[in-house]
Design a protein. Structure first.
Lengths: 268, 325
């Protein structure tokens, strides 16, 4: 119906906007190779790869990365189990309090992170819980549930109830139906949700600063460098690593779900 | 019953399969779930509800409770008695300024995002087809999800006095324009990275995708027939835009503004890294609970965005913004 083309002004504005979204990130890659140590001078006076070796030999970076990976993996697993359960329940039936539960699930990301962080901080303080890796995971898993939920609930909606009934009619019990029918059908949606949750957790800094105490995750390491820059070239390399650790799972999630009616990442 | 089937010849095998004996616990549970679907529902929903209820709602309750406590001015200890004293402190000029400044920035960022987002969302919704559709989808989605800190860091590089903007201004002989912008009262500063303009730019950049997506969703739902009708009735492009497209895109704009407003209001990383170190709500919460050790006042500060967002969401719901999410 619309054979008409977009006006030149609109095309320039739209493509310009898209470039505006991407060019700043590309700059990170350039700066990772700069020979300039003390300022953010542009253009870089020269290019070098020595900072990659320098970053590689830094135990503090490895420790921060290990903690971030551990937190992200455990939080993602918890979120995948809880998110799948709640999406299964929500897609099955209408029951009393359904609306309230869906509000409760999205609340941790609907409210600004500082509120989630400050709330957890108050609760830990009142309950006398000391900061530990567990307190970080507790916070991360909470806001990751909604990511898994969003992906799984869309797939459940598309999945017809017929296949489950067919499975039961053929003599499968509930667990066999879950393993052979439900899980393969949910597979890519769950995987996509898990990857997005991992990316979100690996990169999270706002809630983490309230629940980490003295521990340093990779984003917290970066934040300290941002506030008081001490080793700019190494920070540039770390920024690249953090970017890759979030970018790749997101891309994978997109390719896992792009053929479905629901594509991953619609709601963050 | 079995005897009955065995007499009916050819059907008997099928019947035997259909009425298998229970093979253990798994089958018995399956039967139980079949007879009592509510039980299965309860089993599924209890763990996530317990988690969210205890960890999240419990924490929110703790926050609310803390905000009604106060701090003893002499000992610095938290007094665990109900009082409105802490909330009254929010109205002190210094604290009131923090709230006002944050709301002003959140409003400015929301308007900035809406203006930048519109052409992208409009093009993606109406003109992008096939390959370009995918390009726009990924082009909006990837910046939305990619690392928040890395994006802020990239802008630290861009806005630095020795950074790419200064270089570009020199290369294009427009340094005078840049300097003129920086000498503006209040919003200007020593360099872009220490001014309100710089902070506004970073906020607008990081939250822009949150505005594009709902805007695009609502624009995709504008029926093409309406645009044709508008053209048939003699409207120019600008008139169609103003009287047909924009009003129909409004729910999307409002939905997007929920994100941009809420995210700006709660952020404390960007004002810490870019800008003139003026205080914002998020920063106040962070500093009060940390170095200052005044958890009740930090909690009271954190309640402010909650109250504002509840009002905002209520107004947005009345404007029909939730259909665009």
């Amino acid at each position: 119906m619309h054979s008409e083309r977009a006006g030149l002004g609109l095309r320039i504005a739209a493509l310009g906007g898209l470039l505006f979204l991407h060019l700043p990130i590309l700059l990170i890659f350039l700066y990772a190779f700069t020979t300039e140590e003390r300022t953010y001078a542009f253009p870089p006076p020269g290019l070098t790869t020595e900072w990659f070796a320098a970053a590689w030999n830094r135990p503090d970076i490895w420790e921060a990365m290990a903690l971030s990976l551990k937190v992200a993996l455990i939080a993602t697993l918890i979120a995948m189990v809880l998110g799948t359960l709640v999406s299964a329940a929500m897609s099955r039936a209408t029951f009393f309090g359904r609306e309230q539960i869906s509000l409760l699930i999205i609340l941790p990301i609907a409210l600004p992170g500082v509120i989630t962080g400050m709330s957890l901080r108050s609760a830990f303080g009142m309950a006398g819980i000391d900061f530990s890796t567990l307190t970080i995971i507790l916070g991360h898993a909470t806001f990751c549930i909604v990511i898994v939920y969003n992906n799984a609930v869309a797939r459940f909606r598309r999945l017809s109830g017929g296949v489950m009934e067919a499975s039961a009619d053929l003599g499968a019990n509930a667990f066999q139906t879950f393993w052979h029918i439900l899980l393969p059908n949910l597979g890519t949606a769950l995987l996509a949700g898990g990857m997005l949750a991992f990316a979100l957790s690996f990169d999270e800094v706002i809630v983490t600063t309230f629940t980490a105490g003295q521990q340093t995750t990779l984003p917290i390491w970066m934040l300290e460098e941002l506030i008081r820059p001490r080793q700019r070239p190494v920070t540039n390399v770390v920024a690249m690593i953090v970017f890759a650790a979030t970018f790749l799972p997101i891309l994978a999630a997109y390719y896992l779900t792009r053929n479905g009616s629901e594509t991953a990442g619609g709601g963050k | 019953m079995m005897a009955h089937h065995s007499r009916s010849g050819a059907n008997s095998d099928a019947a035997m399969i259909a009425i298998l004996p229970e093979r253990g616990l798994a089958d018995r549970l399956t039967g139980l779930f079949w007879r009592k679907p509510k039980l299965l529902l309860a089993l599924m929903i209890t763990p996530p509800l317990l988690w969210l209820g205890v960890v999240y709602l419990g924490s929110l309750a703790a926050l609310l409770l803390q905000s009604f406590y106060s701090i003893d001015e002499f000992s610095g200890m938290v007094v665990q008695e109900f009082t409105l004293k802490t909330y009254a402190e929010l109205l002190r000029p210094a604290n009131y300024d923090v709230i006002f400044r944050t709301l002003l920035m959140a409003a400015a960022v929301t308007v900035g995002c809406a203006i930048l987002a519109f052409p992208i969302a409009y093009f993606a919704a109406r003109f992008a087809r096939g390959r370009w559709k995918a390009v726009f989808y990924l082009g909006i989605m990837l910046p939305l999800w990619s690392s928040y800190l890395v994006k802020v860091y990239a802008w630290k590089l861009i806005l630095a006095k020795e950074g790419i903007i200064t270089w570009a201004a020199e290369a294009t002989q427009t340094s005078a324009v840049l300097d003129a912008i920086l000498t503006l009262p209040v919003i200007g500063g020593n360099s872009l990275s220490t001014s309100y303009i710089g902070m506004f730019m970073v906020f607008t950049y990081v939250w822009l995708p949150y505005m594009i997506l709902p805007m695009q969703a609502s624009l995709e739902r504008v029926p093409a027939s309406m645009l044709e009708a508008s053209a048939d009735l003699g409207a120019t492009r600008a008139q169609t835009l103003r009287t047909v497209i924009l009003p129909l895109a409004m729910p999307g704009v409002i939905a997007g503004s929920i994100f941009t407003f809420s995210l700006t209001m709660g952020d404390y990383i960007i004002p810490q890294i870019v800008g003139n170190s003026a205080n914002f709500i998020g920063m106040a919460v962070y500093q009060l609970q940390g170095t200052a050790g005044n958890i009740p006042l930090a909690a009271a500060f954190a309640v402010v965005p909650i109250v504002i967002m509840v009002i905002y969401l209520w107004l947005a719901k009345r404007a029909g913004a939730f259909d665009a999410l």
